[in-house]
Design a protein around this ligand. Structure first.
Ligand SMILES: NC(=O)C1=CN([C@@H]2O[C@H](COP(=O)(O)OP(=O)(O)OC[C@H]3O[C@@H](n4cnc5c(N)ncnc54)[C@H](O)[C@@H]3O)[C@@H](O)[C@H]2O)C=CC1
Ligand SMILES: O=C(O)[C@H]1O[C@H](OP(=O)(O)OP(=O)(O)OC[C@H]2O[C@@H](n3ccc(=O)[nH]c3=O)[C@H](O)[C@@H]2O)[C@H](O)[C@@H](O)[C@@H]1O
Length: 457
C-alpha cells in the first residue's frame, strides 16, 4: 500500500520541512510550488525558508528531493500528494480556500491522465466542510473520476510549532486523520507508520471531525494561555503575587498540565490569533454560542495597550524605549501578529521614540514597521540611550544579558521583563528599575485594596 514516492504541494514554512523530513525517512519526494524561487532553491539544495535543521535535512537528502512548478509531473510520478498551501483569513475571519482550490484543480487535471489509484491529503488548516464541500468537487470535476473508487482523500493537519517543525512533524503526540473512506485512511496511516519516528497513536475519523479537532485544539491552547495571562494581571495586584508560583503549582494537576500556561505578553504569530476568530465565525454560522473563543481573542488583543498604559505611568512620552524581541517568539523570523511589534507600534503612536532589535526578525520587522521604529543591529545598540528596555521574548540573546549591558546613567533605567528571565540578574540592582510582569508590584497599593476588601469581616 505504501509507494516509494510522495509529492508535496506548497514548499513554504510547513511544506518544505515536511518534504525534507519525509525524504530523510527514505521516500523520494517531489515538491511543487507556484513560486519559481522556492522550486529553484530546493533544486539547488537550498532551503526555501528559514527553519531549524531544514538545511541539514536538505543537504543529506539531495538525491531524494526535487521540485517542480508542474503539479502534473509531481502527481504522475508519486502515489500520494500532500497539499500545504496558505489558507489566509478572509474578511469574515474564516479560512479562505482559494489557494487550495487552485492546487486541487491542478491535481484533478493530473488525475484525469493518471492510471491507477492516488491519495490526496489536505494538510492546510481549514474549517469544517471545506474539504468535502469546497475542494473534493474540484478533484472530481477536473478528473472526471470518483473519490473513494479512483482516488482517495484525507484531511490530515499537523500540530507543529515554527522553529521546531521537523522535530514536531516526525515526533507528534498523535496523528489526526480525517478520511473520506476506509481505504483513504488506511493508506495514509501506513505512510505515517513509516514516516514518524515515535510511533504515535493515530486517530482516524470523518473529515469534518478532523477539521473541527484541528481548530479546537488551537482554540483550547490559546484559552489556556489567556487564563495564564489573566492570572498574570491578578498577581500584579496581590502583594507578593507571583504568576509562575501559581502556574507551577496548578500545572502539577494532571487535568491542567504546565505546558502553555506561562503568562507574559500574550500569544502571536501566523497561527494562533486567527484560529479563535475562525472558530467564532464557525460557531456563529452554525448558531452556536462560543463566548470562550471570542473572549480569548478579545483579551489577547488588549494586552499591548494595557502595557503601554502601564509603561506610561513609569516614564513620560518622548522618552526612548528599546524593544528587545520583534518576532512572535524566540528562534523565529516571523513578525505576523507579533506582540513585540504591536507594542512597538503602540508606543510609537504615544510619541515614544522606539528602537528595536531581534536576532532573526530584524529584516521582516523593518519591512513591517517602516521608519516609525529604528531597528538596530545589536542588543547593545538597541539599549544604548534608552530610558526603558522591554524584553518581549525569552530569546537566549536576551536571557544571557548581564547587569553591565544596561546603562548606568543618572536616572534609573526601567526594564520591563515580560517572561521574568532576568530576575536573578537585575532584581534589586542599583540603577535599574526592574519590573517583572506577573509579580506583585506597588505593594502598598495592593495591600490597601486587599485591606479594604476584608476590613468589615
Ligand atoms: N507554519 C506552521 O507552523 C503551520 C501551518 N499550518 C497551516 O499550513 C498551511 C501552510 O502554512 P505555511 O507553510 O506556513 O504557509 P507559507 O505561506 O509559508 O507557504 C505556502 C506555500 O504554498 C505555495 N503555494 C500557494 N499556492 C500554491 C499552489 N496552487 N500550488 C503550489 N504551491 C502553492 C506558496 O508559494 C508558498 O510557498 C496553512 O494553512 C497554515 O495554517 C498548520 C500548522 C502549522
Ligand atoms: O496551527 C498551527 O499553525 C500551529 O500553531 C502553534 O504553533 P506556533 O504558532 O508556531 O507557536 P507556539 O510555539 O505554539 O507559540 C505561539 C505563541 O504562544 C505564546 N505562548 C506560548 C506558551 C505559553 O505558555 N505562553 C505564551 O504566551 C508564544 O509566546 C507565542 O507567541 C501551535 O503550537 C501548533 O501546535 C500548531 O500546529
Amino acid at each position: 500500500m505504501v509507494g516509494k514516492t510522495i509529492s508535496v504541494v506548497g514548499l513554504g514554512k510547513l511544506g518544505a520541512s515536511m518534504a525534507a523530513a519525509m525524504a530523510d525517512r527514505g521516500f523520494d519526494v517531489i515538491g511543487v510550488d507556484v513560486s519559481r524561487a522556492a522550486v529553484e532553491n530546493l533544486n539547488a539544495g537550498k532551503a526555501p525558508v528559514q527553519e531549524t535543521t531544514l538545511q541539514e535535512y536538505i543537504d543529506r537528502n539531495r538525491q531524494r528531493l526535487s521540485a517542480t512548478l508542474e503539479h502534473r509531473d509531481a502527481v504522475m510520478k508519486s502515489d500520494i500528494t500532500f497539499v500545504i498551501v496558505p489558507t489566509p483569513s478572509d474578511k469574515n475571519g474564516a479560512f479562505s480556500i482559494k489557494y487550495a482550490a487552485t492546487a486541487f484543480r491542478a491535481i484533478g487535471k493530473a488525475l484525469k491522465e493518471k492510471k491507477g489509484y492516488h491519495t490526496v491529503v489536505l494538510t492546510s488548516t481549514v474549517l469544517p466542510g471545506a474539504t468535502r464541500y469546497g475542494l473534493l468537487p474540484l478533484l472530481e470535476q477536473e478528473s472526471g473520476k470518483k473519490c473513494g473508487k479512483d482516488f482517495g482523500l484525507c484531511y490530515s493537519p499537523e500540530f507543529i510549532a515554527l522553529g521546531s517543525v521537523i522535530r514536531d512533524f516526525l515526533n507528534p503526540d498523535f496523528l489526526l486523520v480525517g478520511e473520506f473512506d476506509r481505504k483513504s485512511g488506511e493508506t495514509l496511516e501506513s505512510y505515517y507508520e513509516k514516516i514518524m519516528e515515535n510511533h504515535p497513536p493515530c486517530k482516524r475519523m470523518s473529515i469534518e471531525n478532523a477539521e473541527l479537532a484541528k481548530v479546537s485544539l488551537n482554540s483550547y491552547v490559546t484559552m489556556k494561555i489567556t487564563f495564564a495571562n489573566i492570572l498574570t494581571e491578578l498577581c500584579e495586584k496581590i502583594p507578593g503575587g507571583d504568576v509562575d508560583a501559581v502556574s507551577d503549582a496548578i500545572g502539577l494537576d494532571r487535568r491542567i498540565g504546565r505546558k502553555y500556561l506561562t503568562g507574559g505578553l500574550g500569544f502571536g504569530g501566523p497561527c494562533f490569533p486567527r484560529d479563535n476568530v475562525a472558530v467564532s465565525f464557525l460557531a456563529r454560522e452554525l448558531g452556536v454560542r462560543n463566548e470562550i473563543a471570542e473572549a480569548t481573542d478579545r483579551f489577547n488583543r488588549t494586552i499591548p495597550a494595557r502595557f503601554v498604559e502601564k509603561i506610561s505611568r513609569h516614564i513620560p512620552s518622548g522618552s526612548t524605549v528599546a524593544v528587545l524581541g520583534l518576532s512572535y517568539k524566540p528562534y523565529s523570523c516571523v513578525v505576523e501578529e507579533s506582540q513585540g511589534i504591536l507594542l512597538a507600534q503602540a508606543l510609537s503612536k504615544q510619541n515614544y521614540t522606539v528602537t528595536g532589535y531581534d536576532p532573526l526578525a530584524n529584516d521582516n520587522a523593518r519591512h513591517m514597521l517602516g521608519d516609525d521604529i529604528q531597528i538596530k543591529e545589536s542588543v547593545q545598540d538597541c539599549i544604548a540611550g534608552a530610558d526603558a528596555v522591554l524584553i518581549t521574548t525569552p530569546d537566549p540573546a536576551f536571557t544571557a544579558l548581564k547587569l553591565g549591558d544596561f546603562r548606568k546613567g543618572k536616572e534609573d533605567m526601567l526594564v520591563v521583563d515580560f517572561w521574568r528571565v532576568l530576575a536573578g540578574e537585575l532584581s534589586g540592582k542599583p540603577g535599574i528599575r526592574y519590573v517583572p510582569v506577573g509579580q506583585g508590584s506597588r505593594i502598598r497599593d495592593a495591600e490597601n485594596v486587599l485591606e479594604m476588601m476584608w476590613r468589615d469581616a
